[in-house]
Unconditional design. Structure first.
Length: 166
């Protein structure tokens, strides 16, 4: 069956899992092996998509690109952001106001993610990293959570960063 690409990677994975189960139950082992490999490949592709969204976050930050930052955050649902040393911000409006303030004053800030770890569980992608901030030797530890959207894209739902003290 042909699946609509807009259905998203999650529904594709669920469909492949169902087909794999059916192939095993009906002893079609060659088909099961092919489906298993396709499902494994999809997992790698999904992690890659989450990592690309994470890279876009840091690129938007370094480029002081408010529009790109706005497009990266989930358009609806629960979103939260905790900047280093600040109380959590809840809701898209407050979060984007904070980014407008940060990016408006942040010309010349270079930030990149190091020690990046990624995992995907269902429709959520979890990224942990150390943020290296230049100029200076600033480091923060960050957790970024991305939610898969109905169109299959990954948007930021949570960003939490705090200082590395050790």
């Amino acid at each position: 069956a042909t699946e609509d690409p807009a259905a998203g990677a999650l529904s594709r994975a669920q469909n492949l899992e169902s087909l794999l189960s059916l192939a095993v139950q009906t002893e079609r082992y060659e088909e099961a092996a092919r489906l298993r490999d396709e499902l494994a490949s999809l997992g790698v592709d999904t992690e890659l998509a989450v990592l690309q969204a994470n890279n876009q976050f840091y690129r938007s930050f370094s480029d002081a690109d408010l529009q790109a930052m706005d497009e990266l955050w989930a358009p609806e649902g629960v979103v939260t952001c905790t900047h280093p040393g600040h109380a959590p911000l809840n809701g898209r409006e407050d979060i984007m106001a904070s980014w407008q303030s940060i990016l408006g004053a942040g010309a010349g800030i270079s930030i990149r993610a190091t020690a990046v770890q990624c995992s995907v569980q269902g429709s959520l992608g979890f990224v942990t990293c150390v943020e290296q901030v230049d100029p200076g030797d600033g480091k923060t530890s960050a957790v970024n959570i991305f939610a898969q959207q109905p169109d299959g894209s990954w948007r930021m739902a949570v960003h939490h960063a705090g200082p590395v003290l050790m």
